[in-house]
Ligand binder design. Structure first.
Ligand SMILES: Nc1nc(=O)c2c([nH]1)NC[C@@H]1CN(c3ccc(C(=O)N[C@@H](CCC(=O)O)C(=O)O)cc3)C=[N+]21
Length: 290
């Protein structure tokens, strides 16, 4: 018996295409604005995963013509000092986007720090003003990971209107803004979470299943409706039996591949889309300066 396998939704390839488009946009905007776009990335402490992510973002900026202003602070930096840096970046005319790499060391109130960013420079789309604009359906800077999911689904012409969408996870970074974006696209939206009862019944009702929990292998084939579209937002570093570290999502990929109609891989799925949306947000802020 030959088994049917799902279509792979290639976030890495789409991110490359978006970079090419952004590079063109920057070229033509720069003639009018007279300077390149600028993104400031603040990193506090030396979490190796964060350092790698920040390097990726800076490399992506360089590739498309965004000036990146990296600022690295020791783990013990005081809140007030970071707040002042953000305030001066808010005033800095060369800077269109500001990003505070998360997680921050535990003594720092990350919510308060994110709130110090000027809403129109909030490249991550996490400021309450931007979340409020999303709730209202107004234009504004959108949270990068859910925006990346929407863009990828759009690229593959996956119909959302009237479909059952189920999101696993209710975080402010992904689950909640994801629900609002799917609602904006006329999906019927359910958010399930760690306290939800009968989780497999809920997930099996999904035409579109978004896993954003951060737990490897949470989504098994039995939890997926045949021919569903499965989007894996999880980024989990695991060590296999041979002692090698690798990246896996929240979905048991090999199993679900034979049930779903389309699926995003990890790596190469939503991760690269998140970075592409960060740069898109920066270019959008920049374009407002015309
Ligand atoms: N203020 C802030 N904004 C963020 O957007 C943010 C953050 N803090 N803190 C950490 C998380 C994590 N995150 C990722 C982005 C891209 C990949 C990514 O591109 N991953 C590659 C693989 C990279 C690898 O191999 O290590 C992939 O999935 O193909 C992963 C993770 C953004 N985050």
């Amino acid at each position: 018996m030959d088994t049917k396998v799902a279509q792979i939704l290639d976030g890495k390839a789409l991110a490359q295409k978006i970079y090419a488009e952004l590079a063109d946009q920057i070229q033509s905007l720069q003639a009018e604005i007279g300077r390149p776009p600028g993104l400031a990335v603040l990193m506090v402490g030396d979490n190796p995963a964060s350092a790698a992510y920040v390097r990726n973002k800076e490399r992506a900026c360089q590739k498309i013509g965004i000036a990146s202003f990296g600022k690295h602070f020791p783990a013990e930096t005081a809140f007030g000092e970071l707040e002042q840096v953000i305030q001066s970046l808010n005033q800095d005319e060369r800077v269109d986007g500001i990003l505070v790499q998360l997680p921050l060391p535990p003594h720092l109130d990350s919510v308060a720090l994110l709130h110090a960013i000027a809403p129109d420079k909030d490249a991550d789309g996490l400021h309450p003003v931007n979340l409020g604009r999303l709730v209202r359906g107004e234009s504004g800077l959108r949270s990068c990971t859910p925006a990346g999911v929407m863009r990828l689904l759009q690229e593959y012409e996956i119909e959302l209107k009237g479909k059952q969408a189920v999101i696993l996870g209710r975080s402010i970074l992904v689950g909640k803004p994801m629900a609002l974006m799917l609602l904006e696209a006329d999906a019927t939206v359910t958010i399930a979470h760690s306290r939800s009862q009968n989780l497999p019944d809920i997930t099996r009702s999904a035409d579109i299943l978004i896993a954003a929990v951060g737990r490897p292998n949470l989504v098994t084939p039995e939890m997926v409706k045949p021919n569903a579209v499965v989007v894996d937002v999880g980024i989990n570093r695991v060590t296999d039996d041979a002692g090698n570290s690798r990246l896996v999502g929240d979905v048991q990929f090999e199993g679900v591949l034979c049930v779903a109609s389309s699926i995003t891989p990890v790596p190469g799925g939503i991760g690269p889309m998140t970075v592409a949306m960060l740069l898109q947000n920066t270019v959008w802020s920049y374009s407002q300066k015309r």
